[in-house]
Ligand binder design. Structure first.
Ligand code: NAD
Length: 326
């Protein structure tokens, strides 16, 4: 570890599906003298961590309490939670003196809220530094330490090396995206693309299979042709084509369809605000909105849109049945 980077006093707020494994990497990799103070509104989510790292991870009583540390990472669900964590006048991060502190918000939220928090911090604590740094790679990536961070600053920012060092303990890639809120703009643009591909992929498989093709053959064709993409290759929406894809395990592990709906909606708001013409956006949002409300799909991996659109999940059973009957 570089001697010049001192993360002895760290705070972490939001220990959910992503935050907890990210914290575990930090607790495992930071030097023994480091102390991490954590806070989550749901107390039980923290207990397991305290027993796992009794000498390194400690309970904070509020976001304000955790903000006594030098570097603070936040990982909460939505803009409203980020506003409350930072701006709550009694218990928020900014209700205490955060001069000179490094603050990193990894939540995927709207750019306006992020800029609002940044402006507030700049106005009241000009020596503090706030960055948006949303992540990609899902819960599995957070557990494996392979997530990517999209950092809302220029490559020339004086904190880039320090931030890259810290995030490198939790993930594989750190990409400075140019300036404040551009990490979020990059993330929303990425999830828009990934969400559209998952729908297109589901539709393409469905029509090919209804025409008589084996989905494994279709997957080979897409991989060899111009349609090649990661959703088809590693997150195939059709079950049992790629054994490690969430679909093959009943869509249980992965990126929840409600989160895709949230990101897709944030991306569409962004598109409207900046005036880009997203022909597929309305159809995509309608699809994820419907799937996230459908009891057959809710809480499952977003590639469950294949089920929502009426794709055949029993193709392998049917094939085995017909071959054993033959
Ligand atoms: P989660 O709901 O599992 O966890 C969020 C945690 O924040 C919860 O433990 C909750 O109790 C806590 N929280 C909420 N409000 C709080 C507050 N005011 N103070 C302290 N704690 C508070 O969500 P997640 O899946 O960990 O996602 C977090 C963020 O990361 C979201 O913005 C999400 O879009 C983004 N993200 C998620 C994934 C994924 O696959 N789950 C992937 C990439 C990015």
């Amino acid at each position: 570890m570089s001697e010049s980077f001192d993360f002895k006093k760290l705070g972490f707020i939001g220990l959910g599906a992503m935050g907890k494994p990210m914290l575990v990497h930090l607790a495992n990799k930071l030097p023994p003298e480091s102390r991490i103070y954590v806070f989550d509104v749901v107390e039980v989510t923290m207990n397991e961590i305290f027993s796992q790292f009794p000498d390194k991870v400690f309970r904070g009583s509020s976001a304000r309490d955790v903000a006594q540390q030098d570097t603070i990472i936040t990982m909460v669900p939505e803009g409203s939670h980020v506003r409350s964590v930072y701006l709550d006048p009694t218990n928020g991060v900014c209700s205490t003196d955060i001069s000179n502190k490094l603050l990193i918000d990894c939540s995927t939220i709207d750019t306006a809220t992020s800029l609002n928090v940044k402006d507030h911090i700049e106005k009241h604590f000009p020596s503090a530094s706030f960055y948006d740094s949303p992540v990609s790679g899902g819960v599995v990536g957070a557990i494996k330490g392979t997530i990517a961070f999209f950092l809302g600053c220029a490559e020339s920012d004086p904190n880039v090396e320090r931030l890259t060092h810290l995030m490198g303990m939790m993930g594989k890639q750190v990409i400075p995206c140019g300036g404040p809120s551009l990490g979020l703009a990059a993330k929303l643009s990425n999830n828009y693309l990934s969400g559209v591909i998952a729908i297109a992929c589901s539709e393409a498989f469905d029509m090919g299979m209804r025409s008589g093709l084996d989905p494994r053959t279709l997957a080979k064709v897409y991989a060899a042709g111009t349609a090649q993409n990661t959703i088809c290759d590693r997150f195939c929406p059709v079950p049992h084509v790629y054994p490690d894809a969430p679909s093959s395990g009943g869509y249980k592990q992965g990126f929840k369809v409600q989160l895709m709906r949230k990101d897709f909606s944030l991306a569409m708001d962004m598109a409207k605000r900046v005036g880009s013409k997203n022909m597929l956006g309305e159809a995509g949002l309608k699809t994820y909105d419907g799937a996230s409300k459908d009891p057959r799909c809710r809480d499952l991996d977003s590639r469950v849109v294949y089920r929502y659109l009426g794709g055949n999940e029993e193709w392998l059973l049917e094939e085995n049945g017909s071959s054993s009957a033959a």
